[in-house]
Design a protein around this ligand. Structure first.
Ligand SMILES: *[C@@H]1O[C@H](CO)[C@@H](O)[C@H](O)[C@H]1NC(C)=O
Ligand SMILES: *[C@@H]1O[C@H](CO)[C@@H](O)[C@H](O)[C@H]1NC(C)=O
Ligand SMILES: *[C@@H]1O[C@H](CO)[C@@H](O)[C@H](O)[C@H]1NC(C)=O
Ligand SMILES: *[C@@H]1O[C@H](CO)[C@@H](O)[C@H](O)[C@H]1NC(C)=O
Length: 950
């Protein structure tokens, strides 16, 4: 074999060289092959002879493809010796961060070092004590003393639709994430829909997100290829320039490998979404997967057989037929070759099981199951997947929005981690605003995921799963200079970036920040949820949520640190422990009979009372939820679980049986109790709700107040107030009804109410100032028009109309005018996001603006409350409130924050303030309602004369 060069070496050309006329070449090659055979060199491997062979361009391309089949993705061995990042922007100043507390991501996420961090050329050049000599080599370096602030890698989002489902939604550039052309489309690319003008880039960076995997949506079984981007703006302003390690296919139709090549990403989905979109069943979808994978397998087999022969020296085959390839199926073949990170949306056990079988049949592995709300119930199913166990990418508490997520549990992250599975928290942006992805990790930590894994779940673990852990997800020498300087411990609620670096470039210009108490620099204490986590598995995701009323007449809460109570002005802190002296609250038959110091309350008459140690906890007023259909629906995606929507005279004829367009529907008539979101809300300190009839357009109806803890409508205190307020929406619904038509309707109904009709009677009450009118609106222009209409009605009826704006994301633009008109706002959601055009002018809050909408409105003395959009989030009201208090940096007391989620909701939505002493109270152990450490242990209900233990 040593002589092969001698034989073939006469007329060499590069395999990528000039094109030759095929026929001439083929003759020559046949001759050469025959010569080799004749001379007994059959074993010649073309790998070794390539520089000297004279072959056609097509043959050389085929040969190159065959040679690369065994190559695997990943960085080159010398990657970390790179002098600068491929994403380095010339002119970026080197930066030295001094005195940082760095969570590096190393050592399983347990390494925290106090160090300086040197950033240059888009790379982390050093961590530790940077010597003066090293520094001296840098001119023009920016030195920032971060004074002990926490520094983490930039947040990495494993599941985003940023750019493809862009905000605000418009017909022109949203919804580019799902193709409806068929269930199997491995050839589509999320990159092709990436809108560079999505408002979310800036917002998500403000939450510390630096890298996102943009996946196609989940309408299709195989939705197409995902692309990883960095979120910062680029000089080129193009989608392509945002890519991080794009696959080789972006410039060429087929495989063209260099010494190293990046991982590709692919989206799959199973279960309800493809079924719904394509009117099919799970059986159909799995067959479609098998059919597609079979096609890919056939192509792969053809390629392998071809290459085996060609690489063994079959020149005839090489010259007569090209390497078998197919543009539509090449990506799926790459899956079978182990070059693609498959990211698959699957929820239920049946789906996980189906897909695991598919991986074993076709022998490919899965990077991660996404959503996977039942994965924690079947860890062994995941472990039996082909190759390796997939990671699991989850939401923290977003569940029960469809049947597939009904058994979702906040304890899933800790349970999966305890089985050694990789846990990722993801946004599915804009499903959750990825700006708050860190909050998902905080909640996972709150419910028991170890802190190291919680931080890894939004940094190093997703980076590893997407095959980019050699450059993002860690603060390590040689990694990309993507990091976040936080204003608190990153797992403390409300942690906000002080600065975000991407490729070494600071992303926040003149950031704002709030003063935070020292305690926020420490890892927050969290309650113990071991029993709850065990029950989640024991009851297959549906642990009983019933409560137990205390049997004892007298309960004494001791070791109470704070007592908050309702008062005429809102909420007041009536007791706080001083000099370590803790308080006592005595409850007799559900009524507080004494609260304060133990000297005053601990009397002999308490004989056989049950003593409950709150361990430094608190007694607070029960919170009130509003905004979601909580109380009218159980599962958002299941109509069979819902009250349904009211008829709207704008949209069609209202049946005469309900009174035609003179009808006005009452939510109280559709109330349903005992739903899981409702009971979870109760267990989270949200003891009552206000709900308006579900409506899709202008016409709403009459809202009602109900108890979230009641099990049916006939139980004591289940309905708190039958009629609260009259609700309508004035929105940009599309072509009809126009905004002006809606305002016209409202004017007619309010100026000339027909008192003889049902609707007329209630609109008449509004005109007279006897009933609150709650108008859902966001646009500042609509809100301004409503303020004028209010004046018009008041002038005619000589009244004071009680008007409340619901949602109100642009209300801050009219803070002064709203205050002057005495119009309050229930802001929904409490952390705004520009979903639609009429919401685009949000006030984003820290670090982008000094104030949030809520704080801006409060500064103008507008009455403000907060609400929610979806029922699952009612349970998080306490943290929504806490976040506002934290952002206020001390401007807002805890009592003021509690009022935004209780008394102000009631005031703005027509809940009559009756005897304060009759409202529910909530006992928390280990902290107060606004504190991660506080666990709700009991609800005190004077009206029902009992205490519920949870
Ligand atoms: C990583 O940390 C988790 C939680 O702290 C622990 O259970 C696990 O064993 C650790 N893994 C390794 C490889 O050290
Ligand atoms: C694609 O081609 C452009 C232009 O030659 C080049 O700058 C870029 O690096 C190429 N990208 C890949 C992934 O090959
Ligand atoms: C509580 O109510 C029960 C039943 O109404 C009554 O017998 C008892 O005396 C009450 N106890 C107190 C402390 O008020
Ligand atoms: C808000 O009310 C406070 C107290 O009544 C008052 O001092 C302050 O000037 C008011 N602010 C505005 C902007 O009206």
């Amino acid at each position: 074999m040593a002589s092969k060069q001698g034989i073939l070496g006469s007329d060499t050309l590069s395999l990528h060289g000039r094109l030759h006329s095929g026929s001439v070449n083929r003759k020559l090659l046949v001759f050469i092959l025959l010569s080799i055979g004749f001379l007994g060199f059959q074993c010649i491997n073309f790998l070794h002879i390539q520089p000297q062979v004279r072959i056609s361009a097509q043959a050389s391309a085929s040969l190159a493809r065959c040679r690369s089949l065994s190559a695997t993705p990943g960085p080159s061995p010398s990657f970390h010796k790179r002098p600068q990042s491929d994403r380095f922007v010339a002119g970026t100043k080197p930066v030295l961060l001094k005195n940082a507390k760095v969570w590096t991501g190393d050592k399983n996420g347990t390494e925290v070092i106090e160090a300086d961090v040197l950033l240059d050329k888009g790379i982390i050049k050093g961590i530790g004590h940077v010597r003066a000599k090293t520094l001296a080599a840098y001119q023009n370096i920016e030195v920032v003393d971060v004074k002990g602030a926490w520094v983490t890698p930039g947040i990495v989002d494993l599941h985003s639709h940023l750019g493809d489902a862009s905000s605000p939604e418009t017909n022109g550039a949203s919804g580019d994430d799902n193709s409806l052309k068929g269930p199997i489309q491995p050839w589509l690319r999320s990159l092709d829909g990436l809108n560079t003008h999505d408002d979310s880039y800036r917002l998500s960076i403000a939450g510390g997100v630096t890298t996102s995997l943009v996946l196609p949506g989940s309408a299709n079984a195989i939705g197409g290829q995902g692309f990883t981007i960095k979120l910062r703006p680029t000089a080129e302003r193009s989608p392509s320039s945002m890519l991080l390690e794009p696959p080789y296919t972006i410039n060429s139709s087929f495989l063209e490998l260099t010494e190293s090549f990046p991982w590709r990403q692919m989206k799959h989905a199973c279960g309800e979404n493809p079924s719904r979109v394509y009117g099919q069943t799970r059986m159909d979808t799995i067959w479609q997967f098998r059919e597609a994978y079979n096609k890919a397998r056939e192509l792969k087999d053809q390629q392998d057989q071809y290459c085996e022969r060609v690489l063994k020296g079959d020149r005839e085959l090489l010259e007569s037929s090209p390497y078998p390839e197919d543009l539509q199926w090449e990506a799926l073949v790459d899956v079978l070759r182990g070059r693609v990170k498959v990211q698959i949306h699957c929820y239920e056990t049946v789906d996980l099981d189906d897909i695991v079988r598919l991986t074993n049949e076709f022998q490919f592995s899965i990077a991660a199951f996404h959503h996977a709300h039942e994965a924690y119930l079947v860890p062994d199913v995941l472990k039996s997947a082909y190759g390796h166990a997939p990671g699991v990418a989850m939401f923290a508490t977003n569940a029960r929005y469809k049947r597939e997520s009904y058994r979702g549990s906040e304890f899933a992250p800790r349970i999966l981690a305890s089985h050694g599975l990789q846990v990722v928290m993801k946004s599915d942006h804009p499903v959750l605003d990825s700006r708050y992805l860190l909050y998902e990790a905080q909640q996972a930590y709150l419910y028991g995921l170890p802190e190291n894994l919680a931080l890894a779940a939004v940094t190093s673990t997703p980076a590893t799963i997407m095959g980019l852990d050699h450059r993002v997800g860690y603060v390590k020498e040689g990694w990309d200079a993507d990091l976040v300087i936080w204003d608190s411990h990153p797992l403390a609620l409300g942690a906000t970036p002080k600065q975000v670096f991407i490729d070494g470039i600071p992303q926040l210009k003149d950031p704002h920040h709030a003063e935070k108490p020292k305690a926020f620099q420490e890892l927050p204490r969290v309650p113990n949820f071991d029993d709850e986590a065990r029950d989640a598995v024991k009851y297959e995701g549906l642990p009983p949520l019933k409560v137990q009323s205390a049997k004892e007449d007298i309960i004494v809460f001791v070791n109470v640190a704070n007592i908050f109570a309702r008062a005429a002005s809102g909420i007041e802190e009536t007791f706080f422990s001083f000099d370590g002296e803790r308080g006592v609250v005595v409850v007799q038959n559900g009524t507080v009979t004494c609260s304060g110091s133990s000297a005053t309350c601990m009397t002999n008459s308490l004989g056989d009372a049950r003593i409950v140690d709150l361990k430094g906890g608190a007694i607070s007023p029960g919170l009130v939820t509003f905004g979601a259909p909580l109380g009218l629906e159980e599962i958002q995606g299941e109509e069979s679980t819902q009250d349904g929507a009211v008829f709207d005279p704008f949209l069609g004829k209202v049946p005469s049986i309900v009174g035609g367009d003179k009808a006005l529907i009452r939510a109280v008539d559709g109330l349903q109790y005992g739903g899981r979101d409702t009971l979870l809300a109760y267990r989270s300190g949200v003891t009552s709700g206000i709900v308006a009839p579900t409506h899709y357009a202008f016409y709403g109806g009459l809202s009602t107040s109900f108890s979230t803890g009641a099990l049916h409508k006939l139980s004591d205190g289940a309905v708190l107030q039958e009629v609260n307020a009259l609700h309508v929406s004035v929105r940009h619904f599309g072509s009809a009804p126009s905004v002006s038509s809606q305002i016209g309707a409202l004017r007619r109904l309010l100026l000339n109410p027909d008192h003889r009709s049902d609707a007329g009677k209630w609109f008449g009450y509004v005109s007279e100032g006897r009933l609150t009118l709650a108008v859902e609106a966001d646009s500042a222009d609509v809100i301004a028009t409503l303020i004028l209409l209010k004046k018009e009605v008041e002038a005619k009826h000589r009244s004071h109309v009680k008007l409340t704006i619901v949602s109100g994301l642009e209300a801050h633009l009219l803070a002064k005018e709203l205050a002057a008109a005495n119009v309050g706002v229930v802001q929904i959601p409490s952390r705004p996001f520009p979903t639609t055009w009429e919401k685009r002018r949000i006030l984003p809050g820290l670090p982008l603006s000094e104030k949030s909408t809520v704080l801006e409105l409060l500064a103008h003395n507008v009455t403000v409350a907060i609400g929610i959009q979806e029922a699952w989030s009612a349970r998080n009201t306490r943290f929504d409130l806490a976040w506002i208090a934290v952002d206020g940096g001390g401007q807002l007391s805890k009592a003021d924050a509690l009022a935004l989620g209780s008394t102000n909701v009631e005031k703005l939505l027509g809940h009559k303030a009756h005897d304060y002493a009759l409202n529910d109270l909530v006992a928390t152990e280990g902290g107060d309602l606004l504190d991660f450490g506080g666990k709700v242990v009991a609800v005190i209900s004077p009206q029902r004369g009992l205490i519920d233990f949870l």
